[in-house]
Design a protein around this ligand. Sequence first.
Ligand code: APR
Length: 313
Amino acid sequence: MAKVSIVGAGHVGATCAYTLVKNDVADVVLVDIVDGLAKGKSLDMMQAGAIEGYDRNITGTADYAQIEGSDIAIVTAGLARQPGMSRSDLLCKNADILKVVLSNITLVAPEALIIIVTNPADAMTQLAHKATGHDSRRVLGMSGVLDSARYKFFISQALGAPMSSIEGMVIGAHGDTMLPVVSQTTVNGKPLAELLPQGKIDEIIHQTKFGGAEIVSYLKTGSAYYAPGAAAAKMAQAIINDTKEVLPCSVMARGEYGIEGLYVGLPVRLGRDGAEGTVEIPLSAAETEAMRDSVKGAKTLLAELPEFKSIVI
Ligand code: APR
């Protein structure tokens, strides 16, 4: 029986847990530092199972001992972005939280693959890789699945086309320099560039990049969680079910697009071993340039952490 632990039973963690049990992927352990929060949510979700028709076990706890034997540990613990707060504002506070969480995970569930959701995701995933000492295939970040979902949503809105008819990916850093790969985007097999004028495509790119900030501006006291929770669950599902699906995730680049040793969003085949191999999709000249900027942005942010201050930008 597959077991997924989620550290951080807040908005994203709980949504992820709910998606996993509804999709019958795994039993779930929710862990949170706030006493009773994970327990309360887990009971609520178990009771929903009688209506929704799932029988999965969901444990809520503040005790890491419960995560023993997990196949995957998903980390959503940390602060969510507030209005006016950039991803880099979050960096140091969430890094401190992550170090504590990761030391507990490696102690109790050393075999678990790790998926980092806490923002800024690429930097937090790089930190997780360093802190755990795990093989980089076993430490991934949630980024492109969410960004690509937003990209597809905005294309669907512009064309009145169902989201299922859209093939497209967002790669690069999980931030304002993310790269929706327009040159490889199709709707019902037709290139996006043949369906919309460049001005409208530029608007969609902008909407995608700032889709998270738009939601923060409406919610005021938190950030998005339905799509982020679903995105993390999708990654866990692909790993547990060994689907070999290619999804854009934050993974350690090993020469792809000339990037070496940096966690950044790339299309990656997900299976039981985690990130089982990347797929280098072709980029136009402008996209190659944008990817360079994105990598530079990711490195600049990472260098703000003492652990990576000597990184060459
Ligand atoms: N150990 C366990 N849980 C912790 C710890 C810790 N050391 N520190 C904080 N938490 C918990 C909080 O108690 C809270 O319940 O993490 C949870 C975070 O939940 P929310 O505040 O609801 O934030 P959420 O919207 O879920 O976002 C979490 O995901 O998408 C990212 O940017 C987002 O970094 C943020 C993270």
